[in-house]
Design a protein around this ligand. Structure first.
Ligand SMILES: Cc1ncc(COP(=O)(O)O)c(C=O)c1O
Ligand SMILES: [Zn+2]
Length: 402
């Protein structure tokens, strides 16, 4: 197997592949796997391949074993003619809700877990309140690993059982949750637990497969924009790196502009971006219905700012009202996503209103996670249903029909 270095995203310090560090010893910024510069898509029938088999050349440092997979990835890219026409663009939705645990997280969990197993770990863990917790718990169960899930004390009850069903060691931690990311890495080193947190380098790698699939699904016509709901920053970093690697090997001839969208009630990356700053300030009182992207001081935030600058991309923030409106609009197209994911369509609306989208440009929104993950927020919509007696049903239907 080839040797690949990890490189600090900030000071470029290089680390040997054997390192178990996720962040730089000198500047504490995230490490990233060296870019792949040679490779191609594996021939074969995608219905019979896993994503990691098809794009194996882009994971030269992983010993890929088909039996570890829950068939993550290969999600649909849905073209929305109706909404596209409304904005005068070509609009696509990458529907990540069809993953094994209903969010994009599975793509990074599998690569993180394979890395842990390649290194000989028998214990894995994560710090999360939602999608990542479910994802790591599911893969940990399938692979027979002792799995530690650290959640925030006071986590919404509707979120606990969908994690607990996979039978991990689920711990509600009382204390300053923002310290838990660093704390978990230290605890992991001491107790032999491989923590696959939001921006762990081998998790970020897994997200590259979204970019690879988008390229194939669009016949290698790179979209003008890819819009990514952003919290820790792992997802957008992985997708952007995927496009870079396909450019390196000559499969595409340009990069899309990346757009990081955050909820206005917690937008540390956007706040820095709009003030042209390269350093974030911590958001003191985060408050949004998009809980899945409510991170007051994202661990990859500074790297997202550096990446957006290099890429010519943008950061945006959208209000809770705009998010709810976008959630309804997506449902009108048959797509039910959680509020965090609806930010991507809210961002299209904002770009359109601000006159930033040119006629016929192509835009891909990443729909990161399923609406069934947060049914409590549906109360905000005051959704309608009707009731009537059976013997009056025929009459009633004539009355309520639209
Ligand atoms: C539904 C959803 N969308 C987007 C994100 C943001 O991903 P990241 O934290 O990698 O930026 C998350 C993260 O938890 C999420 O759960
Ligand atoms: Zn560094």
């Amino acid at each position: 197997m080839s040797k690949y270095k990890l490189i600090c995203t900030n000071c470029q310090e290089e680390y040997m592949e054997e390192t178990i560090n996720f962040r730089c010893d000198s500047c504490n910024e995230p490490l990233e796997l060296e870019e792949v510069r040679e490779g191609s898509i594996k021939e074969g029938n995608p219905l019979r391949q896993g994503v990691l088999e098809r794009y194996q050349d882009f994971f030269p440092y992983l010993e890929i074993d088909k039996d570890l997979s829950l068939q993550e990835g290969f999600t649909p890219l849905i073209s929305s003619k109706a909404l596209g026409e409304e904005y005068g663009i070509k609009l696509y939705f990458k529907n990540e809700t069809t993953n094994p645990t209903w969010s994009f997280k599975d793509r990074g969990t599998i690569t993180g877990i394979i890395r842990a197993m390649n290194l000989g770990y028998k214990k894995v863990g994560t710090v999360s309140t939602g999608n990542m917790a479910t994802s790591v718990a599911a893969y940990g169960a399938k692979l027979g690993l002792e799995t530690y899930i650290l959640v925030k004390e006071g986590i919404a009850e509707e979120k606990v059982n969908p994690i607990a069903i996979y039978d991990p060691i689920l711990i509600k931690v009382d204390g300053d949750y923002s310290c838990l990311y660093d704390e978990s890495l230290a605890i992991g080193h001491e107790n032999g637990i491989y923590f696959i947190n939001s921006d762990a380098p081998y998790r970020v790698e897994g997200y590259k497969t979204m970019a690879f699939e988008i390229c194939e699904q669009l016949d290698f016509q790179v979209p003008d924009y890819v819009i990514v709901p952003t919290s820790a920053g792992g997802d957008i970093r992985g997708i952007e790196k995927g496009f870079r690697e396909f450019l390196n090997v000559g499969l595409i001839d340009k990069l899309p502009k990346m757009v990081a969208v955050q909820a206005a009630g917690c937008s540390p990356i956007y706040n820095a971006f709009k003030d042209n700053k390269m350093k974030m300030d911590r958001v003191e009182n985060p408050n949004t219905i998009a809980h899945a992207i409510e991170n007051p001081y994202p661990p990859s935030g500074h790297q997202v700012l550096r990446m957006l600058k290099r890429n010519g991309g943008l950061a945006l923030a959208v209000s809770d009202d705009e998010i709810l409106k976008a959630q309804r609009k997506l449902a009108s197209q048959g797509l039910f996503v959680q509020p965090a994911s609806a930010t991507s369509l809210a961002a299209v609306e904002k770009l359109y209103r601000d006159g930033l989208l040119k006629e016929a440009e192509s835009v891909v929104c990443i729909l990161t996670g399923s609406g069934l993950k947060s049914t409590k927020t549906l109360e905000e919509h005051r959704l309608k249903s009707y009731g009537c007696k059976l013997d009056q049903l025929n009459e009633y239907i004539k009355k309520v029909g639209r």
